[in-house]
Ligand binder design. Structure first.
Ligand SMILES: Cc1cc2nc3c(=O)[nH]c(=O)nc-3n(C[C@H](O)[C@H](O)[C@H](O)COP(=O)(O)O)c2cc1C
Length: 190
């Protein structure tokens, strides 16, 4: 097997397709973020890499609150719209037909149509080079009732999360086939 060296690239795959909510000038707005992930376990924290110029970042900085809305595969159109249009020039909530609700945090708008919603308070914003790394502590989690399993856990087959692949041109997918049981298949090599 030969390897072709490609220089430094952030080629992790897959990436989530997240709708990040914030309040800017008193109004809810959402942007798409694919460069997001889990940052800490206890307490639960998430991280988002956001370019400094994003309109949504104004609200995150001003209120120190934001939401993470995990989109399902059926919401590709809305996710893409929130990723190509700026809230500085458009009302994305109206254009996407989002039903917005609030729970614990008054400036972290949540999208009813997304199966999973996280309310987050800003823990830290690290100014990197091209992006700001926003680290948020998850204050509360909401899951659409029919996306839970019988034992009350989240069922990702039911949430049907939208997945983003950067290369070659940017495409959305849904999760693929089951591969193996985690924390157990590896024991076969003991
Ligand atoms: C699939 C997809 C993923 C994106 N991921 C990010 C991201 O991780 N970070 C970022 O700063 N912008 C990302 N963008 C671009 C922003 O969502 C886009 O610039 C958006 O219009 C910003 O909205 P705002 O100006 O209202 O905040 C992504 C766009 C798409 C379509």
């Amino acid at each position: 097997m030969s390897k072709i060296t490609k220089g430094p690239q952030p080629w992790l795959c897959p990436m989530p397709a997240l709708l990040i909510g914030a309040t800017v000038n008193g109004k809810p707005t959402f942007m798409t973020v694919a460069w997001g992930g889990v940052a800490n376990g206890e307490p639960p924290m998430v991280s988002l890499a956001i370019r400094p110029a994003r309109h949504t970042l104004l609200g995150i900085r001003a209120n120190s609150e934001f939401s993470v809305n995990v989109a399902s595969a059926s919401q590709a159109r809305e996710v893409d719209h929130c990723g190509v249009v700026s809230g500085a020039r458009a009302d994305k909530v109206a254009q996407c037909g989002f039903s917005v609700f609030y729970r614990k945090l008054s400036t972290a708008p949540l999208i009813e149509q997304c199966p999973v919603n996280l309310e987050c308070s800003v823990e830290q914003i690290i100014e990197l080079k091209s992006h700001c790394l926003v680290i948020g502590r998850v204050v509360e989690t909401h899951v659409t009732d029919n996306c839970l399993s019988a034992d009350g856990l989240i069922d990702f087959e039911k949430t049907d999360p939208l997945v983003f692949l950067d290369n070659p041109t940017g495409k959305y997918f849904r999760l693929g086939a089951f591969a193996a049981d985690a924390f157990s298949v590896g024991l076969e090599l003991r």
